[in-house]
Design a protein around this ligand. Structure first.
Ligand code: C2O
Ligand code: CU
Ligand code: CU
Length: 494
């Protein structure tokens, strides 16, 4: 692409960024989309036991070139775990990497000590075995490392997978995995000539103030992919598992699809859309109609990041990428109609008297501080309903950087964005939300029942370079009876 130079004061002088990165016209859609395998659990009296092993390997993304990568139970990404509400689940994660990692269950409601955040390290050669009972509505969750300061690197090398939760209230959406219920894990990469991953910039040493932005797209670890569909309606579970890139996804023919679910669960009813924006960590479940024999391309257009033009360009805000070609078979099996009602989605009962906490994101800090393992930033009561008000104050020279806000343990609802009703794609159940510069978003959430006065959950920006730089805080969820056991400086592993 065109190389432009932009002056960024206070950031080491001149930075260089490629503007208008695109792969449009450069792809031939010749690789069949890989579908992460479903991991079969072992059924034991204790429940369903899944086994994951983190390890290094080689992947062929670019024809004839081998890329050193990491993955779970394979060389890149991990299998899809699937369990039902009410299931007792154990996962044995063993670490075959040469360094410590962790495995976090993003979006899962579970006790803090099972959460897999920075306080649950798995050392090389060791294994970790969280056990919990699934108790939340059907949703597309995922798992990934969460080692403080190393999350960006571990995920970039390939450590991520989906965890699909089902419940007993299936409204009749397409649900045959890999056939009409297809995971779409989006990641951007940069490759060296020899095929190895280029990770420069992953920790702010490179040209991007958002962290690493790649110029090649992988979908489920497939470069230049196509997907063949055989039904008239297909559900795509899209996960943005990129380090920093924000996608604005739609089809090249601008067809209408139905948004049926967001991060933490199904919507009350399908919402017709032509595009949806996904920042790192966010998920969308969409149902797309197909006619026999047709082809279309899932394409990301420049997302509006809300920064000034210079930062917007540095953050990849003027990039366009083809993600995946979809080919409908010459004959399609007729899918059942899209259900008009999907799920009960009662509001979180937040009102004028609800406790509100404020979070200000500015530079690379949260409320003026960076992450400290030994500091508890918030203490919340079990079962409490709260409003978390998150402001991206800008603060970086110029008009500020884009951020996002993810909270462990809870799902939340977006009450408003700068005082206005949220757009349709933010009206459902969420756990990660994009926060552009000079934006205030109010989130309503109800915390879970698990009390732990020692082990914290995290909240953070999900742009991984920002998270690694310390835009993260820790909160405890404790019952009134445990309150006296809380120490503001928890027992850490350091
Ligand atoms: Cu997706 Cu704290 O993580
Ligand atoms: Cu998480
Ligand atoms: Cu951020």
């Amino acid at each position: 692409g065109l190389v432009t130079a932009a002056p960024v004061l206070g950031y080491g002088g001149w930075l260089y960024a490629e503007a208008g990165r695109t792969n449009v016209g450069a792809l031939s859609f010749r690789n069949r989309l890989r579908i992460p395998p479903l991991l079969r659990p072992e059924r034991t009296p204790e429940g369903k036991v899944f086994r994951l092993r983190a390890g290094a390997g080689e992947s062929e993304f670019l024809r004839g070139k081998s890329t050193p990568t990491w993955g779970y139970n394979g060389s890149y990404l991990g299998p899809t775990l699937r369990a039902r509400r009410g299931d007792r689940v154990a996962v044995e994660v063993s670490n075959g990497l040469g360094e410590t990692t962790t495995t976090h269950w993003h979006g899962m409601r579970l006790p803090a000590v099972m959460d897999g955040g920075p306080h649950q390290p798995i050392r090389p050669g060791a294994a970790w075995r969280p056990v919990w009972t699934i108790d939340q509505p059907a949703a597309t969750l995922w798992y990934h490392p969460h080692l403080h300061g190393r999350t960006a690197e571990h995920m970039y090398r390939g450590m991520a997978g989906l965890f699909v939760v089902d419940d007993g209230e299936d409204p009749g959406l397409p649900s045959e995995y890999g056939v009409d219920d297809v995971p779409i894990v989006l990641q951007d990469k940069r490759f060296h000539e020899d095929g190895s991953l280029d990770s420069s910039g992953i920790r702010f040493q490179g040209p991007s103030v958002t962290g690493l932005l790649g110029d090649e797209i992988l979908v489920n670890g497939t470069h230049d992919p196509f997907l063949e569909v055989t039904r008239t309606r297909v559900r795509l579970r899209i996960l943005n598992a990129s380090n920093a890139r924000v996608y604005d996804v739609g089809f090249t023919d601008d067809r209408t699809f139905a948004l049926v679910g967001t991060d933490a669960g199904l919507l009350a009813a399908p919402v017709p859309l032509r595009r949806i924006m996904l920042s790192p960590g966010e998920r969308a479940e969409i149902v797309v109609p197909f006619a026999a024999g047709e082809r279309t391309v899932l394409r990301s257009r420049p997302p509006r990041l809300g920064a000034n033009p210079v930062y917007e360009r540095l953050a990849g805000g003027d990039d366009t990428f083809d993600l995946l070609q979809i080919r409908a078979a010459p004959r399609l099996a007729e899918s059942p109609p899209l259900p008009a009602r999907l799920a009960d989605v009662p509001p979180v009962p937040a009102g004028p008297g609800t406790r509100t906490r404020s979070f200000v994101m500015s530079d690379f800090t949260l409320n003026g501080r960076t992450m400290d393992h030994h500091r508890i930033d918030q203490v919340v009561e079990t079962g409490a309903v709260e409003i978390w008000e998150v402001t991206n104050a800008g603060g970086f020279p110029g008009n500020g950087l884009p951020h996002s806000f993810h909270v462990h343990e809870v799902g939340y609802r977006v009450l408003d964005v700068n005082g206005r009703r949220p757009p349709p794609h933010l009206r459902g159940r969420k756990d990660t939300v994009f926060v552009p510069p000079r934006t205030t978003i109010r989130l309503a959430m109800r915390f879970g029942p698990h009390s732990d006065p020692v082990h914290p959950y995290m909240y953070h920006c999900h742009l991984l370079a920002h998270e690694d730089a310390g835009m993260m805080g820790q909160f405890l969820v404790v019952s009134p009876e445990d309150r006296h056991k809380v120490h503001r400086r928890p027992i850490g592993h350091h």
